[in-house]
Design a protein around this ligand. Structure first.
Ligand code: GAR
Length: 193
């Protein structure tokens, strides 16, 4: 099986990036390997982590790049430079533009903290908590132009307990994400070498 070069887009605390990196180090995402971290938040913890472990990083604010479409063209160049064939959005909180979608059609996946199609968009954990539903969860799906609406690849349910606070629920959601994302990445790398 040939190696699969993966880029992770991350702009938040980067717990999923850390977890994917740990999975890679443990041989759990082979034949995939992380070749690049992309961010629109140069000061984020995700970027700090990537630099700490020596992963190549492209981290520029859209504004400093001269706007979103210029940023995206720069990103596509970086992705090609690193021979990226799988793009993983893990805490990238922006819509992906058309140029990137077309270049990586069927090869961009997104992690979202709800059981899609429920609770799309920002603060999905808070939305589920406020709605007082009995369960929520996490989803990994292909990215299309439809926000959080592309075809599902995998989901994991997380019950909302009566004693839950937003913090305890968030913690269990992250645990579910850390379980599901490396498995999906490995599966995709194995079927699309
Ligand atoms: C994760 O919970 C991910 O599902 C969410 O951002 C968080 C990033 O956490 N993504 C979205 O809400 C996308 N719509 P992390 O920075 O600790 O990996």
């Amino acid at each position: 099986m040939s190696a699969v070069s993966i880029a992770v887009f991350a702009s938040g605390t980067g717990s999923n990036l850390r977890n994917l990196y740990a999975a890679q180090q443990a041989g759990e995402i082979a034949p995939g390997y992380l070749s690049l971290v992309i961010s629109d938040k140069p000061e984020s913890k995700a970027v700090a982590f990537a630099r700490e472990v020596g992963l190549p990083v492209f981290a520029i604010d859209h504004k400093d790049a001269g706007g979103r479409s210029v940023w995206e063209r720069m990103v596509i160049r970086e992705l090609h430079k690193h021979h990226v064939t799988l793009v993983v959005l893990a805490g990238y909180m922006r819509l992906v533009g058309l140029a990137l979608l077309e270049t990586y059609q069927g090869r961009i996946i997104n992690l979202h903290p709800s059981l899609l199609p429920a609770f799309k968009g920002l603060d999905a954990i808070g939305q589920a908590f406020e709605a007082k539903v009995a369960e929520t969860g996490v989803s990994v799906h292909y990215v299309t132009a439809d926000l959080d609406g592309g075809p599902l690849i995998a989901q994991k349910r997380v019950a909302i307990l009566s004693e839950d606070t937003i913090e305890t629920l968030t913690h269990r959601i992250h645990e579910a994400e850390h379980e599901i994302l490396p498995k999906v990445v490995r599966m995709l790398c194995q079927i699309h070498p």
